[in-house]
Design a protein around this ligand. Structure first.
Ligand SMILES: [Ca+2]
Length: 386
């Protein structure tokens, strides 16, 4: 019944499209070479919470887009227009893909049609997949993460009281298969300092405790215990870090480059009339590394400075996807820093540990506090990877 209902609704949508296309193609009726064949190797794979539909595009210099018709959770037909693919349909094989989030366990139907730039459409191909119901073991597994850390390999999960399940970590140590069982309790995280120090692949499954029902899939992570002997201060020169953007302006000579001039006593200062916080400075360190800690030295030439109270450092490998290392309070004793400076001394740096995260780009966010942003120096610590 569902399938018939779907086809009926799909044909209504298709009818509207055909009317539109006929109107737009009248001038080209004689140009049969512009017609387009159907997609090939259409298939749909269901996994937890998602159906992935894949196909090979028709080979054509005229391919405009692929329409995927599907029924949403309410049973209404929706159309997704796919205009990006891997490969070049003009000269060779190209692959298209559509992902549908679905939390129920109904069978899903997908009708896939290719369109040319001049409006012709291919024959339609249809595929279906049954998205499995999400079990408690699977739900827990979807929240599990295994990461490298200094203290040991770190396992995290999201705790929910109704899910009494265990996390199973399988790996080989010196060629010997091992399994560690972790009760997924309230803490949501645990560190193991006795797991291998070398990069190791962990296969993770879960088991629902009440009936010992296992998860229907597994996850895989690579993780290691970070050797602190390899942690260095990330060099700021050769090549020199670069400021990519600064949202808060500059006060006089106090440019954001002074955040990394290897002089704690020179500070970056936002403009005298900056936009409201948060303020951002984005820095390219021009090398790749794993960050483990950063340190800050406050502005030190003004005993009355008090503007900056909360900050947050973000890291990124590509200047596009950012990971938040956590919000931190920053409340230097400015008169003490001023007095030390006047006496030719420096005081302690503010030190903040982070997760072990891959980094190249650093975003300094001044979250809140007074109107201005200011900072004497920023230093990063981690393990260089190139
Ligand atoms: Ca400085």
């Amino acid at each position: 019944m569902l399938y018939q209902s779907f086809l009926k609704k799909a044909s209504v949508a298709g009818g509207i499209l055909m009317a539109f296309l006929s109107a737009s193609c009248d001038d080209d009726d004689a140009v049969t070479s512009r017609r387009i064949t159907a997609v090939r190797q259409l298939n749909a794979q269901a996994s937890h919470g998602e159906v992935v539909v894949k196909w090979l595009n028709p080979r054509s210099a005229e391919l405009s887009h692929i329409d995927v018709l599907y029924s949403d959770a309410a049973g209404n037909v929706q159309t997704a227009k796919v205009t990006e693919w891997v490969g070049d349909p003009t000269t060779g094989i190209s692959e298209g893909e559509f992902r549908l989030d679905c939390s129920d366990s109904r069978r899903r139907f997908f009708s896939v049609t290719a369109y040319t730039l001049s409006g012709y459409k291919s024959p339609t191909d249809t595929v279906s997949a049954l998205a499995p119901a999400i079990t408690k073991a699977d739900h827990l597994l979807s929240t599990v993460n295994v990461k490298s850390a200094i203290d040991g390999v770190r396992v995290t999960w999201t705790y929910e009281k109704s899910i009494e399940a265990d996390i199973l970590l399988s790996y080989t140590d010196g060629g010997v298969p091992q399994t560690r069982s972790i009760p997924a309790g309230e803490s949501g995280e645990i560190w193991y300092s006795d797991l291998p120090a070398t990069l190791t692949t962990y296969t993770v499954t879960t088991v629902y405790r009440r009936n010992q029902s296992p998860s229907s899939y597994s996850l895989s992570f690579n993780a290691m215990i970070v050797n602190t002997e390899n942690v260095v201060e990330i060099p700021k020169t050769n090549p020199t870090w670069m400021v990519l953007s600064n949202s808060a302006g500059v006060f006089g000579e106090r440019v954001p480059e002074r955040l990394f001039d290897n002089n704690a006593l020179t500070d970056w200062h936002s403009s005298a009339s900056p936009p409201p916080k948060p303020h951002f400075v984005v820095i390219d360190t021009r090398r790749t590394f794993y960050i483990v800690r950063y340190e800050m030295y406050p502005r030190s030439d003004d005993a009355n400075a008090n503007s900056q109270n909360v900050h947050r450092i973000w890291v990124s490998e590509d200047n596009a996807n950012w990971t938040d290392t956590g919000t931190q309070s920053f409340t230097p004793d400015y008169p003490a820093y001023k007095a030390a400076r006047d006496a030719g001394q420096t005081l302690d740096w503010f030190k903040y540990d982070t997760e072990y995260l891959p980094a190249r780009y650093i975003k300094v966010e001044m979250v809140s506090g007074g109107a201005y942003s200011m900072l004497g120096e920023l230093s990063l610590f981690g393990i260089l990877t190139n």
